[in-house]
Design a protein around this ligand. Structure first.
Ligand code: HEM
Length: 226
């Protein structure tokens, strides 16, 4: 096996997906460890709400990076990990919302509604979460086949959802006037948009060979998403 082929072979192994699955559980294990070792700060609910929000955002961004990385590194098999990463982003979003609902709002529906209407950053976070729901529900191979080209259109919702998520983060940090982290996420998102634009432009140039869309249920997609 040549050295350059090692990452390709690793990506085609089933255990690499299992490894990624376990790695993505790191935040849960960390919270459990901190919880049992008095490490959840002086305000555990706030710590958990913020930490789950951070991990939701990190995993959303990692998911967004899969397609550009696949192209830059010429590793089509990377797409095998996209669904799992996206579902983990959704999982941490759900934990974040549940933590807010239980600890910030005491599990009272009326109080949740009031907060969604009263605080702009909560309104924006709610819209972002609602956008992620259809993406999580239709992430399976079956839905990919059923929706065909519309699947790709629907899943483009990830971009407005990401923009709203980072806006939610900005508004939340506005009180502290600390925008370093939201700025880093925004810069990455702008870079991802730029890359998308470049690839679209290169594909549209006359004389370029037509590339099969990987997310639209091509044979390659079916092979590598197994
Ligand atoms: C119903 C939807 C949502 C609600 C109710 C909600 C609520 C909250 C609350 C209460 C905080 C903590 C504010 C504070 O401590 O002052 C927070 C922070 C945060 N949320 Fe959300 N959120 C929602 C959706 C999202 C989504 C979709 C994402 C990203 C995918 C996200 C990412 C974050 C981040 C990154 C933080 C800041 C963490 C930090 O301080 O480092 N939230 N959110």
């Amino acid at each position: 096996m040549s050295q350059t082929n090692v990452p390709r072979r690793v990506m085609r192994q089933r255990w690499s997906k299992i490894l990624l699955f376990v790695l993505c559980l790191y935040p849960v294990v960390r919270w459990f460890w901190l919880g049992t070792h008095d490490g959840l700060s002086a305000n555990p609910p706030e710590f958990l709400i913020r930490s789950s929000g951070t991990w939701a955002l990190v995993l959303l961004w990692v998911t967004l990076c899969v397609t550009p990385l696949r192209r830059i590194l010429n590793r089509p098999a990377l797409v095998r990990y996209r669904r799992m990463l996206g579902l983990y982003a959704f999982f941490y979003t759900v934990l974040h919302v549940v933590a807010w609902a239980l600890w910030d709002r005491g599990g009272v529906w009326g109080s949740m509604w009031d907060d969604i209407g009263a605080r702009t950053f909560i309104t924006i976070g709610t819209v972002a979460t609602l956008m992620l729901v259809p993406l999580a529900l239709t992430s399976t191979q079956g839905w990919m086949r059923r929706l065909g080209r519309n699947w790709t259109r629907l899943h483009a919702l990830i971009y407005p959802a990401a923009m709203l998520s980072v806006w939610h983060f900005y508004l939340m940090r506005a009180g502290k006037n600390d925008f370093f982290e939201p700025n880093v996420y925004t810069a990455t998102l702008v870079g991802l948009f730029a890359l998308r634009g470049i690839y679209r432009w290169r594909r549209a140039r006359p004389g370029r060979p037509v590339q099969q869309p990987v997310s639209g249920g091509s044979r390659l997609s079916r092979q590598i998403q197994k």
